[in-house]
Write a protein that binds this ligand. Sequence first.
Ligand SMILES: Nc1ncnc2c1ncn2[C@@H]1O[C@H](COP(=O)(O)OP(=O)(O)OP(=O)(O)O)[C@@H](O)[C@H]1O
Ligand SMILES: [Mg+2]
Length: 167
Amino acid sequence: MAILEPLSIECTSHSESQTQRLGARLGALLPRHAVIALHGPLGAGKTSFARGVGIGWGAEQPLRSPTFTLVQAHHRQHDDATLYHIDLYRVEDARELVNLGLEEILDDENGVCLIEWPERAAALIPAEAIHVKLAPLDDTHRHMTFSTSDAQTWQILLAFRKSAFGV
Ligand SMILES: Nc1ncnc2c1ncn2[C@@H]1O[C@H](COP(=O)(O)OP(=O)(O)OP(=O)(O)O)[C@@H](O)[C@H]1O
Ligand SMILES: [Mg+2]
């Protein structure tokens, strides 16, 4: 069942390491085929959050800013799942998304996708996506919003809230 009003959780991160820890909490809860859309301006902390997701998910290699490759695939030891870290900042038109194989990546049943600058591919982002918005308040504080418009995905966010904030 789809939910019309997006459900959301809000908090303030006080440091890069806190943002990363929140990412790790969410990363540990992600099922296959999950999509996280990371919104926010340059330097908001999207990659910091993604790095934490990689840790929580169990990626063998640390996630880095994927600016030059656009897509970086990560693996973990205990299964054949793939974590795709995608940065669409440099994408200028839909043809580039085709060349990138973004649709195929999103179709990968064993894949989890982390997408920075998802606005560049808005039409391809599924309704089941978890949206994470980072808004800089000052040098070290970021307002964070976690939302989804999908009821099943909301259950993941409720588990995340419990894990991260105990409520
Ligand atoms: N609370 C915070 N959370 C995350 N990053 C923070 C925070 N406070 C300060 N920072 C700093 O902000 C910067 C975030 O960089 P990061 O590469 O994660 O941003 P980004 O959103 O991925 O940028 P880009 O759009 O260039 O990819 C880092 O230099 C980090 O140290
Ligand atoms: Mg980044």
